[in-house]
Design a protein around this ligand. Structure first.
Ligand code: LLP
Length: 412
């Protein structure tokens, strides 16, 4: 959805330079078509199998993005009361919401129960007790799944791998039957499913299939013991190609392979994709402020920084950086750095890139997932604006923060 035409980088049919000039930089830009196409690829591949595609809100929780997906019929995977609030504000259907996360508070659990969400993905027995008590107080029955840890190595960055035994997530799959059995004593809970999520940015999806196999065997065992399990939630995690050397699996192929495994089980299949829906659908626009070289390095100093996009600093993540005007000029090798006072503030290191000069605009690619949502006000930098493109049209869907926004709620 981001491509050059006559040397100009476009998002759908809109010039990114026009957006950069009018909305200012740094600025996130999302393609509605790319977001919807990816969501529909999941939905279509699941086809006539009973299913629910629950977009993982944590990847990008901007209201306009949620609203786009809600109107397409998406469900939502949330991990906090704040995310639930956003989904509801965006017109999402609470009956299609699943609530994940290791540390749900009583207030969050009550909000979720009052809103009528579909299911809780639970990660400890203490949490089951808390949900049972809250459901009792409100006079409702809560549907739950245990998030099991299948002890499968997702082979991704250690910070975003979650399915090994020593990770904080889930309940060991071998202990799960005993936990489900003990949960029968909670009269306000109903065991409705089993969930698992083994990690994120997974480019070889065979570990997800392996985990699915283990989860399905567990479900068979639980059903044989008389539990009314009606769904399996296989989490998110499908990776995207951040650089040319990477090959992202097609959503269609991934779901096809999953279908082969789950089809005969007669279960509703739920999945929680985040990155693969919004990641490739967004860029971060930035302007070159200065060029500088030290004896050892060439620097391109831009107006976006680690506070706007922390992935390179936090995970050594690679994001392609492309000029908005492709002059085909001499390539340089440089570090692209922001104004934040940290050596760790970089968007790219030793990168072969266009010879961008002060005033030129650059697009940092694949920034639609875990971009704005992980932005902060570090160095008292207002968070960037966000723009949603639809064909030749675009609009600011979140204004750039002002200095007054920076001190909101503070007093001296
Ligand atoms: N479901 C659960 C329970 C999760 O924990 C996650 C992501 C997802 C679904 C969505 O996974 P996805 O399809 O987006 O891979 N900040 C990191 C990513 C952290 C992912 C956390 N959990 C990054 O920037 O790479």
């Amino acid at each position: 959805m981001f491509h050059y035409e006559n040397g100009k980088l476009l998002c759908e049919e809109t010039s990114l330079e026009e957006i950069a000039r009018e909305a200012g930089t740094p600025c996130y830009v999302y393609s509605s078509k790319s977001i919807l196409d990816a969501w529909q690829a999941y939905d279509a591949a699941l086809g006539d199998l009973p299913h629910m595609v629950c977009y993982a809100v944590k990847a990008n929780s901007t209201l306009a993005v949620l609203s786009l997906l809600a109107r397409a019929g998406s469900g939502f995977d949330i991990v906090s009361g704040g995310e639930l609030f956003r989904v509801l504000q965006a017109g999402g259907d609470p009956a299609k919401v699943v609530f994940s996360g290791v540390g749900k508070t009583v207030a969050e659990i009550e909000l979720a129960l009052r809103s009528g969400i579909s299911n809780f993905n639970c990660e400890s027995e203490g949490e089951l007790a808390e949900i049972d008590a809250a459901a009792g107080r409100l006079g409702v029955t809560a549907r739950f799944s245990l998030r099991v840890n299948p002890d499968v190595d997702a082979a991704t960055h250690p910070y975003i791998s979650t399915g090994l035994r020593d990770h904080k997530f889930g309940i060991d799959i071998h202990e799960a039957p005993a936990v489900y059995a003990r949960a029968r004593r909670f009269s306000n809970l109903r065991a409705a499913g089993v969930s698992c999520h083994i990690g994120s940015q997974i480019l070889d999806y065979s570990p997800i299939l392996e985990a699915a196999g283990k989860v399905l065997s567990l479900i068979e065992q639980l059903q044989a013991e008389g539990l009314p399990i009606d769904h399996v939630d296989l989490g998110g995690g499908l990776g995207i190609a951040y650089q040319a050397s990477e090959q992202a699996p097609a959503i269609h192929d991934f779901i096809g392979a999953l279908r082969d495994r789950v089809e005969r089980a007669g279960l509703t299949v739920m999945i929680e994709p985040g990155r693969s829906i919004v990641g490739p659908s967004g860029v971060l626009l930035t302007k070159v402020l200065y060029r500088k070289n030290s004896p050892a390095k060439e620097f391109v100093i831009v107006d976006a920084a680690m506070n706007d996009l922390i992935r390179p600093s936090l995970y050594k993540a690679h994001h392609e950086i492309r000029p908005l005007q492709n002059g085909g000029g001499a390539a340089i090798v440089a570090d692209v750095v922001g104004p934040v006072c940290e050596t760790g503030d970089f968007l790219a290191r030793d990168r072969e890139m266009a010879d961008a000069q002060p005033g030129d605009y650059l697009a940092i690619s694949s920034a639609g997932a875990y971009g704005f949502v992980q932005a902060s006000n570090y160095n008292s930098r207002p968070r960037p604006a966000e723009v949603l493109v639809n064909g030749e049209q675009w609009r600011v869907v979140r204004q750039r923060e002002s200095y007054n926004d920076l001190i909101k709620g503070e007093s001296v």
